[in-house]
Design a protein around this ligand. Structure first.
Ligand code: GDD
Ligand code: MG
Length: 373
């Protein structure tokens, strides 16, 4: 099976995590985000993947190469300018000299274990032109809301529905960004233009062969904000979503590299990367990822957080419910909590207190005791 993954968005809502690394390859637990998608697709028989990029994907290529290591053929298509979700598909079709008669299309920012094999089977049984994977959510306002009849035919598609459009709907199913498509869908997309598949193509296909495949028990998360990135991390660590990390963690729910020097305590679920050091009396966990070469000072406490490669956390500092990007330094006794996101190579001086979702951009230096928030 062939798959086209759209990775053209800029990931602005994830800044400063995406200030230095594009969203598709930011580290999630221990591997670039897209690797989860590629491993999941491979498990459903996909061997040929086309990454549809809105701009030159140098860092994505560096991280993923030609896919050999993942057992896939990976190709890159780069648009002259962002073409929108349907325009990107059209451009990819033209660039590879024609996609297969039937293929998968995916949004490149979802962490999921949706059963694509079942979705493909339904698509074949119904003879649909397109089958959208659907997941239930509480609040559909940030997504594409899909209405179906009893035969799973789509009767309505509302992208980013307004509250007034939700009247009378008792259960919300949204498009998961996982589609099985017949090549004929491409006939509906004009060449060389910016076209949205959600706003132009799905509505045109309502009543003309567009179906929905309800994935009830599946895990699904758009990782596009720091809150959801952290939640996705916790769900991987807890095994709520089936990923390659699940095996690595094993029954103990912890994966600590062999050369880690831990004088403090590590409470699972936790992942601690190679070359990291945990000082005496420090407490790491639960729900913590330490990248490679991380130093946690004596008496420090890190919980429910992601602390990426090369970060230093000072003595008696506290990091709770936060994300710390590679190379940052957190001074002695500093307190980070409440969803703070610390960018690459930031230096937080001793005694600062940062909370409430504050985002500190790369290379910033905060003198000791500058902020108590
Ligand atoms: N190549 C390319 N070119 N990719 C693009 C472009 C483009 O011009 N525009 C967006 N993308 C990629 C993004 O990188 C992302 O992977 C995917 O297309 C969807 O774009 P988002 O910007 O993330 O859309 P969204 O999250 O607001 O809504 C979409 O996803 C929801 C599920 O998460 C829609 O498809 C909704 O219907 C859906 O429910
Ligand atoms: Mg998205």
């Amino acid at each position: 099976m062939q798959a086209v993954i759209l990775v053209g968005g800029e990931g602005t809502r994830l800044r400063p995590l995406t200030s230095r690394q594009p969203k598709p390859v930011i580290t999630l637990v221990d591997r670039p985000f897209l690797v989860y998608m590629l491993e999941w697709l491979r498990g459903h028989g996909v061997r040929d993947v086309i990454l549809s990029c809105g701009f030159e994907p140098t860092k994505v290529r560096e991280a993923l190469g030609d896919g050999t290591q993942l057992g896939l053929k990976l190709r890159y298509v780069v648009e002259p300018e962002p073409r929108g979700t349907a325009g990107a598909l059209k451009y990819a079709d033209e660039q590879v000299g024609g996609l297969d008669d039937r293929f998968l299309m995916l949004n490149g920012d979802v962490l999921t274990d949706v059963d694509v094999t079942a979705q493909i089977a339904q698509h074949e049984e119904t003879g649909a032109v397109g089958t959208l994977g659907l997941v239930p959510v509480e609040d559909p306002s940030a997504y594409g809301l899909v209405l179906c009849n009893g035969h799973k035919a789509v009767t309505g598609f509302l992208e980013k529905p307004a509250p007034s459009q939700l009247d009378g709907i008792d259960r919300y199913y949204i498009s998961a960004g996982v589609y099985v498509l017949e090549h004929s869908v491409l006939d509906l997309i004009p060449s060389g233009q910016n076209v949205s598949i959600e706003r132009a193509i799905w509505p045109a296909l309502v009543g003309h062969g567009l179906h929905g495949s309800h994935a009830e028990g599946a895990y699904w998360m758009d990782i596009g904000t720091p809150e959801r990135y952290l939640q996705g991390t916790f769900d991987i660590l807890e095994g709520n979503v089936r990923t390659g990390v699940t095996e690595l963690l094993g029954a103990s729910y912890s994966a600590i590299a062999d050369d880690v020097v831990a004088d403090g305590r590590v409470v699972p679920p936790a992942v601690v990367g190679a070359g990291s050091k945990i000082g005496a009396g420090a407490h790491v966990g639960s729900l913590v990822v330490l990248g490679r070469g991380v130093t946690i000072g004596p008496g420090a406490r890190v919980e429910r957080s992601v602390v990426l490669d090369g970060v230093t956390v000072g003595a008696n500092a506290v990091v709770s419910d936060c994300i710390v990007a590679p190379g940052a330094t957190i001074g002695d006794g500093a307190v980070l909590r409440g969803g703070a996101v610390i960018g690459d190579d930031v230096r937080i001086g001793a005694g600062n207190v940062l909370a409430s979702g504050i985002r500190v951009f790369p290379d910033t230096t905060l003198p000791p005791g500058a902020i108590k928030f």
